[in-house]
Design a protein around this ligand. Structure first.
Ligand SMILES: CC(C)(COP(=O)(O)OP(=O)(O)OC[C@H]1O[C@@H](n2cnc3c(N)ncnc32)[C@H](O)[C@@H]1OP(=O)(O)O)[C@@H](O)C(=O)NCCC(=O)NCCS
Length: 385
């Protein structure tokens, strides 16, 4: 074991900013250039040519599948989509006014509770559970939505793609090819993103040799926060009171004066335009042209214009959450389900990072906090205080 002196003085970094604690081949963010890669492939290429199923394989295996491997992986995902009826019945007891992310956290915990292989940490079992989680997330999220609305959950269908089946279970009808593609792209764009807060949380838990369900449940909790995944639902809530794009300059000025943050803007790593936001903006524009949500879209464009003047010089640009809400609303998904939809995609990244970390590093993650209190204070008995 290393002597504490051999480790040297700890480095201080508030919020662990700018610290590498592990190495990864999964995703790379070039924050200055506004570029994102999954396993070396630019996100723009994947958004244009790939599918969520293929991206999930790419992340779990750190390489693209052959045609046969992709077919097998797709079949495996389909086989794992079903969630037992007793579990769904148990989800029906959750309070309807609880946040869907809290419900998702509980539902995934319950699924883990009943998995007899939960404590098996062998690479094979971790892989099987990863595929099962990726396959089940859409079923769980869709069931939670239907139950919340007093409707019966819909069984998954094996003849539909991951995105189309998710849409179908959420809405009760099949998507058009355009809707299926828009959702597939949104899932691809959200699948992974370096060492973000929820992925880090998952690794901290997995590195203690706890089970993968605990790691994913922790990640859901981290994603729920408005500084992370919760920002997407805040964007549409933020603009609820703005009636037209003309009101935006004054609204924006007031926001800045009050030192309030513009939701969906800014990023810890990107100091340039988030490439995912650029792609989603294009989809949002196409979708509003086809059917509605134009007020929201035009207001967001007007906010982006103001932000170019006041925030871009500080490196603050739209992030992935800025336009995703317009796309999700257009797909018929309610605002409070935006973050669970993010989780449906990100579970691929969480599980892939867990597999990679357990395979390559597998070291307990244990940073330190600099102690700033006094030492050797006397203990004062309670009646003398
Ligand atoms: C994502 C986020 C937490 C990253 O923040 P960070 O790296 O910790 O940056 P800081 O909080 O140190 O902010 C740096 C400066 O930019 C400003 N800033 C950052 N994001 C801002 C925003 N969305 N609107 C207005 N100002 C913002 C801060 O006020 C600060 O200004 P100052 O130096 O004059 O005090 C932050 O940008 C934010 O809160 N964004 C809104 C929520 C959001 O969209 N989250 C989703 C991320 S994908």
């Amino acid at each position: 074991m290393k002597d504490i002196k051999e480790l040297g003085e700890p480095v201080f970094s508030r919020g662990l900013e700018n610290i590498y604690f592990t190495q990864t081949e999964l995703s790379y963010i070039d924050g200055k250039a506004g570029k994102l890669y999954y396993v070396g492939i630019p996100i723009e290429e994947l958004a244009e040519k790939s599918s969520f199923e293929e991206v999930a394989f790419l992340l779990l295996h750190r390489r693209l599948p052959t045609k046969k491997e992709l077919e097998e992986f797709d079949r495996k995902l389909k086989e794992n989509r079903r969630v037992r009826v007793e579990k769904i019945a148990s989800f029906a007891n959750y309070p309807r006014d609880a946040h869907p992310m809290a419900a998702l956290r509980t539902a995934i915990s319950e699924i883990g509770l009943f998995d007899p292989t939960a404590e098996d940490l062998s690479p094979e079992s971790l892989y099987e559970k990863s595929v099962s989680l990726i396959a089940k997330f859409p079923t769980v999220v869709a069931a939670l939505r239907r139950l919340r609305e007093g409707k019966l959950p819909i069984e998954p269908r094996d003849d539909l793609s991951h995105a189309a089946n998710f849409f179908y279970m959420m809405n009760g009808y099949e998507p058009s090819p355009e809707q299926e593609r828009a959702l597939d792209v949104a899932l691809i764009l959200h699948a992974d993103h370096g060492m973000n807060a929820s992925t880090f949380t998952a690794l901290v838990i997995a590195a203690t040799d706890s089970d993968i369900y605990s790691a994913i449940v922790g990640a859901i909790g981290a994603l729920k926060g408005p500084r992370h995944g919760g920002a997407n639902e805040r964007v549409l809530k933020m603009i609820r009171d703005i009636e037209s794009p003309e009101q935006v300059p004054e609204w924006f000025k007031q926001k800045l004066e009050k030192k309030e943050r513009i939701m969906g803007m800014g990023h810890r790593v990107y100091k340039a335009y988030d490439p995912r936001a650029r792609i989603l903006k294009r989809y949002a524009a196409e979708m509003v042209k086809a059917h509605g949500m134009s007020r929201e879209y035009e207001i967001l464009v007007a906010i982006e214009k103001e932000a170019e003047k006041y925030l871009a010089p500080k490196g603050i640009y739209p992030n992935v959450d800025f336009y995703s809400g317009v796309v999700y609303s257009d797909l018929g998904f309610p605002i409070e389900f935006f973050t669970p939809i993010f989780a449906v995609a990100r579970v691929a990244g969480w599980t892939a990072h867990i597999l990679e970390y357990k395979e390559k590093d597998d070291r307990l993650i244990r940073p330190r906090a600099q102690y700033t209190g006094e030492l050797d204070k006397p203990y004062v008995p309670v009646d003398e205080r």
